[in-house]
Design a protein around this ligand. Structure first.
Ligand SMILES: [Zn+2]
Length: 259
């Protein structure tokens, strides 16, 4: 037969493909499925360094910015203890009393943990979310009826890298996420809505500016929504964005101009 191959086995990647060929081709015609799958899975691990049961970002051209550890009770507790005094209420007390981390087997097939922060303000809860997200976790606040107890849902995850030339609304959304703000419900089966920013969108009549509003569950008060809007405005200002308050719950924001 004529050689029609489209790769060069003398390159490092070509040699990896050749490894797979040397294992699969001896199976001859009609590869038995179970043999072929075993060979492929081993090849992914040994030749490509890819976990066949892992997430698909392993093959993305741009690797994630951050990848979390697994969301186990021990890893998440360790991450939270690492936040130091910013997360904790007390001095000289064991910080383990400030929060509890548990696995609920019926939630996310046991792949997630729930963190309860005792005697924590909303801004402390946002700090905890921000801290966990900056460790790569997919962390979201659960709506809490009580003022000073907050619960967070934490899954293993990753933070995608945002290219510098991405649209401003992508940078704004990533800023909000990393600062611990939650947008309205992403997964209705797990997350309960908390007051948070609507996704920033360009303002048609104001080039360069984005607008965001506050979305909130029924029953949240105007005061709660305004507090969230204030915190969002502060967080953009401290990142050198321009902020224009358009009302108690509405903001226009403009990214810092790069010199
Ligand atoms: Zn869960």
């Amino acid at each position: 037969m004529r050689l029609t191959r489209l790769f060069d086995p003398t390159t490092p990647d070509g040699e990896r493909i050749a490894v797979l060929g040397r294992r699969l081709l001896p199976l001859q015609t009609n590869w038995p499925g179970s043999d072929a799958v075993t060979i492929l899975r081993e090849w992914f691990v040994e030749s490509l360094g890819i976990d066949p049961d892992g997430p698909d970002y392993q093959v993305h051209a741009v690797p994630p910015l951050l990848i979390s550890r697994e969301a186990t009770v021990n890893f998440v507790r360790e991450a939270l203890l690492g936040a130091g005094p910013a997360l904790h209420n007390s001095h000289g007390r064991d910080h383990r009393d400030d929060f509890a981390v548990v696995t609920e087997p019926e939630c996310c097939d046991g792949d997630c943990v729930t963190v309860t922060l005792f005697e924590a303000s909303a801004s402390r809860a946002r700090f905890a979310l921000s801290w966990l997200r900056q460790a790569g976790y997919e962390a979201t606040a659960l709506y809490s009826e009580t003022e000073d107890e907050h619960r967070l849902h934490v899954l293993g995850g990753f933070i995608p890298a945002t290219p510098a030339d991405a649209p401003a609304e992508i940078h704004a959304a990533q800023h909000l996420w990393l600062k611990g703000f939650s947008s309205p419900t992403i997964r209705a089966d797990v997350y309960v809505e908390v007051p948070g920013p609507t996704p920033p969108v360009p303002v048609a009549w104001r080039p360069g500016w984005l607008s965001t509003d506050i979305a909130a569950p029924h029953g949240s008060t105007a005061k709660q929504r305004k507090k969230v809007a204030n915190a969002i405005a502060d967080s953009f200002r401290s990142a050198d964005w321009q902020v224009d308050r358009r009302g108690p719950e509405a903001l226009h924001i403009c990214p810092p101009s790069t010199p």
